[in-house]
Ligand binder design. Structure first.
Ligand SMILES: [Zn+2]
Ligand SMILES: [Zn+2]
Ligand SMILES: [Zn+2]
Length: 267
């Protein structure tokens, strides 16, 4: 662990694409082989710092992830975009609000918040007398947010048609970690902001091109250009067999896997 960030750590809660791996009704060797590092829940990371916990995205596997990886408190949630694989577990954050004095902040951009209010109207809009209202506060994420010494900044990226999406720049102890789970390209402005980051975590969906995502080959090109001290691949489908592919990746680049914990900004 890096000396300047003694408590800050990022843990992968899910490294899979929207279907997860194993994928339903797929008989490929990765889905059926049962290798633990080929078990990829829907994409999410946990950030631990100063005794506090945040998560980036709460997909459909969020409850399983919280149980599996021992999440016992939640101090903030950051949402990258409205797709189901990133938001459909949000209801399960309610349990973490029971003991909180203040509402749990859910940070997202304006368009994403608008969608969340439609999917989860009971958080802010339904006020039935005598019925408990979750202590959740949808909060606009329009500048850096600091939680326990870690700064969270949006990195706006192109992903799907007519939809906003962001990655997250995490700054802790003067070091940068970029987490980019969904994008089909990295604009020049984002490249400039993350160049020199100690760690870059980038999506690599599959081999075949996809309009909304990076292929493995494109992701490796970008990481080779950006030259982080360490690059990690995430949001992966079942094209990729961990024991076969990981040793073949260029030096300094690895496949992430569920449960992998890394020092924030450290290598
Ligand atoms: Zn996704
Ligand atoms: Zn498969
Ligand atoms: Zn998406």
């Amino acid at each position: 662990m890096h000396p300047s960030t003694p408590n800050a750590e990022l843990r992968f809660l899910g490294t899979g694409w929207s279907h997860g791996v194993p994928m339903l009704a797929c008989d490929c060797p990765v889905c059926t082989g049962g290798h633990p590092r080929n078990r990829r829940r829907r994409p999410s990371v946990q950030v631990l710092s100063g005794g506090l916990t945040t998560v980036i995205d709460t997909g459909p596997d969020f409850k399983d992830q919280a149980l599996t990886f021992g999440i016992t408190r939640l101090d903030a949630v950051f949402i990258t975009h409205e797709h189901a694989d990133h938001v459909m577990g949000l209801d399960d954050v309610r349990r973490f609000t029971w003991k909180r004095a203040e509402p749990l902040p859910i940070y997202a951009d304006a368009a994403t918040l608008e969608r969340l209010r439609i999917v989860y109207p009971y958080v802010t809009e339904v006020r039935v007398p005598g019925k408990a209202v979750p202590k959740i506060r949808f909060t606009l994420w329009d500048g850096p947010i600091e939680v326990a010494g870690v700064r969270y900044s949006r990195l706006d990226v192109p992903h799907a048609e007519n939809m906003s999406c962001c990655g997250v720049l995490l700054e802790s102890g003067g070091m940068k970690t970029a987490y980019l789970p969904d994008c089909n390209d990295l604009p020049g402005a984002v490249m400039d902001r993350i160049r020199g980051a100690e760690v870059i975590i980038l999506n690599a969906l599959r081999h075949n091109p996809h309009p909304a995502h990076l292929t493995l080959e494109r992701s490796l090109e970008l990481l080779t250009d950006l030259k982080p001290k360490r690059g990690y691949l995430t949001h992966m489908g079942c094209d990729f067999d961990y024991p076969a592919l990981n040793p073949q990746l260029p030096p300094g680049i690895e496949m992430a896997y569920d449960g992998l914990a890394i020092p924030l900004g450290g290598v």
